[in-house]
Design a protein around this ligand. Structure first.
Ligand code: HSE
Length: 403
């Protein structure tokens, strides 16, 4: 028998408990032995909930129980998750986490600690909710390919909001409330709408791809709070949708990373990724492009990803099977030099074209979207060029357009 403990009985932790109980027979059939939740750690009481029989409030009960082989961390946040996880690894227990804040900030340290104690620190559920991404990326893609781009929709809450804004004309605040009720949003929803959650996730994916630490603090991050109804009108006129993308790309041997909203066209598979779904595209020099697609948030899908790690850890006791990356910090390329295509919005009409072209080069006019405005689609230009265009009279805003 394999005995596990769960730290944190919130949306994901309770999902893990459900998955173990509901799919007990399937898990046992695959693992070849019984898997049981011995403890659930939470500060709160859950009167009447079946979890009561295994609920504990003191982390030391788990640390000091040699029968617990694997610990699931679904508390979220950096502290005290880091201290608790460190103690578990030092006690010789493998740890499985869904906590992207922890993996992005402390992953390298915890992977090192795990190796020192001959156990695994696993984090499949930290990116993409229920989508299997870490395991296929590390086992099937990276050993064979030079991966020059990983990009995608990495946050279910914002994708849910953007989809509803686009199709129903809904306001951001009301849709965010729905996403919270469905258990998609972070405790502090700023983490979703300001792009911080997607930033942690692309930092993790980028670190895996490059093999070096990408500090999430070094990734230029823009959320969706400035996306307006007018932007949606332009997207519709252009036959595009608006998506928040996290990207890590190699250009001429230098890696760039960012989180930002884009207008995405039907030439991209990300165009069709709606609602709480995530889509993660990986480009390898031999593989070409693959997309991983599935529910990016929510209790049971994420718990399924957590349990995939638990089962993997249980099947490989005493063997380090999980990939990490080196603690050497990668130096990302200068963001101002990275080129994108932009939609530039100006007050006025097409008469502005000449003045704008003088700064950013050839542009295409987009007319008839918003009264009193004119839009221009640029060629591939730098953020520095956009900053210059923003100094021109009548400038309203700029929006990235995915090529
Ligand atoms: N708040 C996150 C999201 C949860 O919406 O994607 C999954 O990481």
């Amino acid at each position: 028998m394999v005995q596990i403990a769960i730290m944190g009985y919130g949306t994901i932790g309770s999902g893990v408990y459900d998955v173990v109980n509901t799919n007990q027979a399937i898990i046992q059939g695959n693992l070849g032995k019984e898997l049981r939740v011995k403890y659930v750690l939470d500060l709160r009481e859950f009167p009447g909930d079946p979890v009561e029989s295994v609920l504990v409030h003191d982390v030391n009960v788990i640390i000091n129980d040699p029968e617990v082989e694997i610990v699931v961390e679904t508390m979220g946040g950096e502290h005290p998750a880091f201290e608790f996880v460190s103690s578990m690894l030092k006690a010789g227990k493998s740890v499985v986490t869904s906590n992207k804040n922890l993996v992005a900030a402390k992953g390298v340290e915890l992977m090192k600690l795990a190796v020192e104690h001959n156990v695994n620190f696993m984090y499949e559920a930290s990116v993409g909710g229920g989508i299997p991404i870490i395991r296929p990326l590390t086992r099937s893609v990276l050993p064979i390919n030079d991966v020059d781009e990983i990009t995608g929709i990495l946050n279910g809450t914002t994708n849910y909001i953007l989809t509803k804004m686009y199709h129903d004309g809904s306001e951001m605040a009301s849709v965010l409330k729905e996403a919270q009720e469905k258990g998609y949003a972070e405790r502090n929803p700023e983490a979703d709408v300001e792009g911080y959650d997607a930033c942690r996730k692309i930092a993790i994916l980028g670190s895996i791809v490059t093999g070096q630490q990408i500090d999430y603090q070094s990734i230029p991050t823009e959320g969706i709070t400035h996306v307006t109804k007018e932007d949606v009108l332009y997207a519709k006129k252009l036959g595009r949708v608006i998506r928040l993308l996290g990207t890590c790309r190699k250009v001429d041997g230098t890696y760039y990373a960012e989180v930002a909203p884009y207008m995405v066209g039907s030439n991209s598979p990300l165009f069709a990724v709606n609602g709480v779904f995530n889509g993660i595209m990986v480009h390898g020099n031999m593989l070409d492009t693959v997309m991983f697609y599935g529910q990016g948030a929510g209790s049971h899908p994420t718990a399924s990803a957590v349990m995939s790690d638990v089962v993997d850890a249980a099947a490989h006791t005493g063997r380090i099977i999980y990939p990490g990356w080196s603690g050497d910090k990668i130096r990302l390329g200068e963001y101002d030099e990275w080129k994108h295509v932009f939609l530039l919005r100006f007050l006025g009409d097409a008469d502005r074209k000449e003045a704008v072209e003088a700064v950013v080069g050839p542009i295409q006019v987009v007319e008839g979207c918003v009264p009193g405005e004119i839009g221009f689609i640029t060629g591939s230009i730098t953020n520095r060029d956009v900053a210059e265009a923003a100094k021109l009279e009548g400038f309203i805003s700029r929006f990235r357009v995915k090529r």
